[in-house]
Design a protein around this ligand. Structure first.
Ligand SMILES: Cc1cc2nc3c(=O)[nH]c(=O)nc-3n(C[C@H](O)[C@H](O)[C@H](O)COP(=O)(O)OP(=O)(O)OC[C@H]3O[C@@H](n4cnc5c(N)ncnc54)[C@H](O)[C@@H]3O)c2cc1C
Length: 432
């Protein structure tokens, strides 16, 4: 087996030799060799394992099953026309051509070698847990069905579209799938776009804004709260990031009250008009739970699973962005892979408990890098929480900021802007 390393920042596990982490983009100084434990469990059966969804959770589940069962039929069903791919790259390379499996986690021959059947362009439309079957809508519009002995529900999440007047217009896009980036490239070309408005000052909105600015567009970011990345950064770091964005020519408007999106602008309630031939909306994700709910599987905003990734329905497991483990959502790449591995292992008859993993924010944008893990020292309402003690340093000239938040003597949060050299140490020492 190839030697594997783990990214200490985002938790992704991948083959040794990569120049950057394929998920969060940090360099090899943040990689640590890991022993990928062989489970030792083996049970060859002629069971049918059906995995719904074609993301990292699905791929990891399929791999975990095949490691334990050499005979079973393993099928991944995805409505995308792609092999499971590196989704985080989409906002980092928004206008790139991602065709030809350029972002695929594994090439097609990996699936062939492992006898994992990829059913692309097929949408699951209903699950019958009594009959153990899944109804499908195929790429050509026809309908079909498949039966399973064990089902893994790994449908991921979709972008929430804020209910703003005009959000249904064709030049208003969200970014979740490769097909979204294809459409964005078409819009840019067809509309000879020069102006882009990014609604939402979270990670994906800012990554998208930075990428589009680097491509030469006039970019405006609209954020409804008073600060960029308000949930991850403290006010000092947010302000610094905003200044850096502005210095790169990105217009940032916080406390934005959006009135309407028109064919060529986004209008604010104070009368400001932000020109836009393309609008990128990054206003949050929602888990795909509808199919589970309709099948009578327990859902509490996310598909509910225990630490073995078991849902409330017998023989049905769930993993990735769509699920919450003991009530806690798992919305990062490394968590999708880890929950997928656990779901696959247990579906195959093994007994593996999920050990929760945290995941850090790492963002490269506006010529700087940002890291945040744990608390940002704020309470729910966004004000600074006196419970936390802050130790911070700032070097305006170098564009560096470092903050450590303590709860009594326990390090519970860290934020870095610019110089990320303390990242591995922070990742190891922050306690949750
Ligand atoms: C632009 C972007 C940037 C990101 N950046 C980062 C980052 O820097 N770091 C990080 O840790 N995470 C990042 N993430 C989050 C990360 O990509 C997700 O946590 C991860 O992809 C979740 O994996 P998953 O397998 O649960 O779901 P997904 O990757 O969403 O895969 C689910 C698949 O199921 C398919 N599907 C849905 N419904 C059906 C159906 N009815 N029938 C058939 N197929 C269906 C979907 O089309 C999709 O292909 C980013 C996400 C996006 C969108």
């Amino acid at each position: 087996m190839a030697k594997m390393v783990k990214c200490l920042v985002c938790g992704a596990v991948f083959e040794e030799g990569a120049e950057v982490c394929p998920v969060c983009g940090v360099g090899p100084e943040n990689f640590e060799p890991v022993e990928v434990e062989e489970s030792g469990f083996s049970k060859d059966t002629d069971e049918k394992f059906v995995i719904l969804g074609g993301g990292p959770a699905a791929k990891a589940a399929a791999e975990a099953i095949r490691e334990r069962n050499k005979e079973a039929v393993v099928t991944i069903i995805t409505m995308e026309d792609e092999l499971p791919y590196n989704r985080p790259m989409l906002t980092k390379a928004l206008l790139a051509d991602h065709s030809g499996d350029a972002l695929a986690i594994e090439a097609a021959d990996w699936y062939e070698k492992n006898r994992i059947f990829m059913m692309k362009g097929a949408r699951a439309i209903a699950i019958d847990t009594d009959a153990k079957s899944v109804a499908l809508e195929l790429a050509d519009g026809s309908h079909g069905a498949t039966v399973y002995d064990k089902l893994i529900y790994a449908l991921g999440a979709y972008c929430f579209v804020a209910p703003i007047k005009g959000s249904e217009l064709e030049h208003v896009m969200t970014v979740r799938n490769i097909s979204d980036t294809v459409r964005i490239r078409e819009i840019v070309k067809d509309r000879d776009a020069k102006n882009v408005v990014c609604i939402g000052g979270g990670v994906m909105g800012l990554e998208g804004a930075s990428t589009m600015r680097d491509e030469g567009f006039n970019v405006t970011v609209l954020e409804t709260s008073p600060f960029l990345l308000p949930r991850q950064l403290d006010n000092e770091a947010s302000t610094m990031l905003r200044e850096l964005a502005e210095s790169k020519g990105v217009n940032t408007i916080t406390n934005a009250k959006i009135k309407e999106i028109t064919g060529d602008a986004v209008l604010l309630e104070d009368g400001t008009s932000c020109p836009a031939e393309l609008v990128l909306m990054s206003t949050g994700m929602r888990p795909y739970t509808q199919l589970a709910e309709e099948a009578g599987i327990a859902v509490d905003r996310w598909v509910s699973v225990d630490d073995h990734m078991r849902t409330s329905a017998g023989s049905v497991y769930a993993a990735g962005d769509c699920c919450a483990v003991d009530g806690q959502p798992q919305a990062f790449w490394a968590q999708a892979e880890a929950t997928g591995r656990v779901a696959g292992a247990n579906a195959a008859g093994d007994d593996v408990a999920y050990e929760k993993i945290g995941s850090a924010l790492v963002m490269h944008a506006f010529g700087t890098a940002v890291f945040a893990l744990g608390t940002n020292g704020k309470s729910q309402d966004g004000s600074s929480d006196p419970k936390y003690r802050l130790e911070s340093s700032k070097d305006d000239k170098a564009g560096n900021y470092a903050a450590r938040y303590y709860d009594e003597d326990k390090l519970v949060g860290g934020i870095l802007v610019g110089d990320l050299s303390a990242m591995p140490e922070l990742t190891k020492s922050i306690e949750f």
